[in-house]
Design a binder for this molecule. Structure first.
Ligand code: NAD
Length: 250
């Protein structure tokens, strides 16, 4: 990305209430494929077929064939430069929070503290029958497949929002509040095609926020919602813009 463009956008963002809204694209360079990258998990497991609550209730062991592979990919992933730079921006006192659609826990691993998990977090497993919880790491270490509830022996489900499930009420309310109060919403690595998360950029814009978009390609937001587009890889664009924001503080 052009350094002059980064400098110009940093000047527009400086001193404002910045909120980041992230999607699968920010974690692609950590080794977790998004829904659209060629050669990824989702070429073999159609998310519309495998990542629905109906499919899980009908045949949890079948859905766990996909979940097991996704869990292995996530377990091997580490935060990349984009996650780390956002954590740094929060430490600088210049980021009000991150709303993430990701379930990979990488923002938290990078050190971000104010993270709204819009679609849950795959590092936790929950029992749909008795609400017991278990960590995905413990289940992985035990090697039981599919993982069973320690109390009632039902198949556990990752604490993530599958298609057909509602967004956790607290996360939905907090995300809406952050989006409405943001003066800058920085949208990073999302195709904005999964509702209701996809409504957040419009909500922020209608409340007066500047919408900045970082993505490898044009999305449905690019023409209609984004005020500024910073194209490119998240691991390059995000640290560069944050470096420029940091320079403005000195
Ligand atoms: P998506 O797959 O629909 O879109 C990803 C976007 O990121 C695309 O527009 C793509 O062009 C862009 N992108 C890819 N690599 C990039 C990079 N290096 N830098 C910048 N942009 C890049 O993802 P979505 O919009 O987040 O929606 C998919 C849903 O699936 C989400 O709800 C999410 O919960 C879930 N999901 C999560 C993970 C994860 O936790 N890491 C991974 C896959 C899917």
């Amino acid at each position: 990305m052009d350094r002059d463009l980064a400098r110009q956008v940093a000047r527009q963002m400086h001193g404002k209430r910045i909120v980041a809204f992230t999607g699968a694209g920010i974690s692609v360079e950590s080794g977790i494929p998004d829904f659209r990258s060629p050669g990824g998990l989702w070429e073999r497991f159609d998310p519309e077929e495998y990542a629905t609550i109906e499919a899980f209730k009908r045949d949890p062991s079948r859905v766990w064939q996909m979940l097991r592979e996704l869990d292995a990919v996530i377990a091997a992933a580490r935060p990349n430069a984009a996650h780390s730079a956002l954590a740094h921006l929060e430490q600088m006192g210049a980021l009000c929070g991150i709303i993430t659609q990701n379930v990979d826990n990488l923002h938290q691993e990078a050190g971000s503290r104010k993270v709204v998990e819009f679609h849950g977090n795959g590092s936790r497993l929950i029992c749909l029958s008795c609400a017991a919880e278990k960590s995905a790491r413990a289940a992985r270490q035990e090697g039981s497949f599919p993982p069973l509830c320690p109390q009632c022996r039902e198949v556990l489900k990752p604490d993530v929002v599958l298609f057909g499930e509602p967004i956790p009420a607290e996360a939905a309310a907090e995300a809406s509040r952050l989006a409405r109060e943001a003066q800058v919403l920085w949208v990073i690595g999302t195709s904005a095609q999964v509702a209701p998360a996809s409504f957040l950029p419009r909500l922020a814009k209608s409340a007066g926020a500047l919408v900045v978009e970082t993505n490898l390609e044009a999305t449905v937001l690019t023409r209609s919602v984004a005020d500024v587009t910073l194209p490119g890889k998240a691991s390059e664009v995000v640290p560069l813009l944050i470096k420029e924001l940091e320079r403005l503080r000195c």
